[in-house]
Design a protein around this ligand. Structure first.
Ligand SMILES: *[C@@H]1O[C@H](CO)[C@@H](O)[C@H](O)[C@H]1NC(C)=O
Length: 376
């Protein structure tokens, strides 16, 4: 019996091919398809507050080839605001934001979500800070704009402070600036710069320290993304930013969320041999305690410029743009905007090696309802 259980457990792990072990714990996951968004969008933000994930702004029309510009451009922006409720797998419509924007950053302190930077449809950088009060579902705009605003910037939260990192200035030069916004006083102060200017990066706190990951820079004319990772200790700021182990794959515009206190880096954008945007599908997981990267499987469908947010035992990924339709650089070709939502559900179980029978039971319980285990 036990060997059958062990064989089955090993088979499941093999079929999934996506689990990794840290100390005595096996981290496994499954992907589940969820209700599609009420409208398609990419390059928006997803922010978790309380029982919901708030999706704000973004591009809501396909990115089409512009012969004049010689590149793919978003052809429509939105100010719609939707709240996704993981518990019921449903969406609520909230009042529209004061303005459309995409390629912005959002961060929550308490019940308020703050919106920073990004661009309008004419490619101007947005300076205004719009704030959604999730308790009253109402929007307001702060009287003082963001200094040195950028697009494609990243944010992390430390207490009442929001740190805004890098991004592109008006002429698409990747910045290394870090600014601290005090949400109580509504004041700005400069912080220690990144070691590497970057836009389309990502930032998050894991194991109590802040990270900036990947992204693109004008320094190589956006020919390839960065695999570079750096870390900052808000409790010891004078140490500045320091390099950590690079990601296994260089990428920009990926989605990053924290689950089980580890960074989960999902998909993103790379460049193929012709210099065209290529969507990545893999997931990498980073354990800050040991500065180690693990392989966490891959997204079920091809997309990039999507967003992710953690809630409960899962990360939810929303929308983005799919694979190129048509021939690159030809009129009518486009990266289609998506409405799909997928859930990455992570389970942690004690490794099979330690106590075979109990561990096998817990490994199996990930895949079977209790009743079917007891029937065995
Ligand atoms: C904005 O940029 C200027 C010029 O680089 C710099 O002196 C200033 O400190 C920046 N502001 C903040 C809040 O970082």
């Amino acid at each position: 019996m036990v060997s059958t259980f062990l064989g089955l457990a090993a088979w499941f792990v093999q079929v999934q091919g996506q689990s990794f072990v840290i100390d005595d714990n096996t981290y496994s996951h499954e992907w589940l398809s969820r209700t599609v968004m009420p409208s398609k969008r990419s390059d928006m933000t997803a922010t978790t507050v309380g029982d919901g994930i708030y999706l704000i702004g973004g591009c809501d029309n396909d990115q089409e080839w512009s012969t004049g510009a010689g590149m793919y451009l978003c052809t429509g922006l939105t100010k719609t605001t939707h709240k996704y409720l993981p518990a019921t797998d449903s969406f609520e419509s909230l009042p529209e934001a004061p303005r459309s924007r995409y390629r912005h950053a959002a961060a929550a302190v308490g019940s308020r979500i703050f919106m920073f930077g990004g661009r309008d449809i004419a490619d101007n950088i947005i300076q205004e800070i719009d704030v959604l009060d999730t308790e009253t579902s109402s929007w307001s705009t702060l009287s003082n704009p963001m200094p040195n605003a950028t697009s494609d910037l990243s944010a992390f939260v430390d207490g009442n402070s929001i740190y805004l990192l890098g991004g592109y200035n008006a002429i698409y030069a990747a910045q290394d600036q870090v600014m601290i916004f005090d949400t109580v006083e509504s004041t700005w102060s400069p912080s220690y710069p990144l070691t590497q200017g970057r836009g389309d990066a990502a930032s998050a706190i894991a194991s109590g320290v802040a990270f900036a990951l990947g992204g693109f820079s004008h320094e190589n004319n956006f020919a390839a993304p960065l695999d570079h990772v750096e870390v900052f200790f808000t409790t010891n700021p004078s140490g500045g930013w320091k390099s950590r182990s690079a990601m296994k794959k260089a990428r920009g515009d990926k989605a990053v969320a924290v689950l089980n206190d580890m960074l989960h880096v999902i998909g993103g954008e790379a460049k193929n041999e012709n210099g065209h945007s290529a969507a990545l599908m893999d997931v990498e997981v980073y354990d800050a305690r040991t500065d180690t990267w693990y392989v966490g499987g891959s997204i079920p469908s091809q997309r990039f410029r999507f967003v992710a947010a953690a809630h409960g035992d899962s990360i939810y990924i929303f929308g983005g743009q799919g694979a190129l339709m048509g021939t690159y650089g030809e009129a009518g070709s486009k990266y289609p905007i998506l409405d799909v939502v997928e859930q990455y559900k992570e389970s942690v179980t004690q490794a099979v090696s330690s106590t075979p029978i109990l561990a096998t039971f817990s490994a199996l319980s990930m895949f079977m309802p209790f009743s079917s285990i007891f029937m065995c």
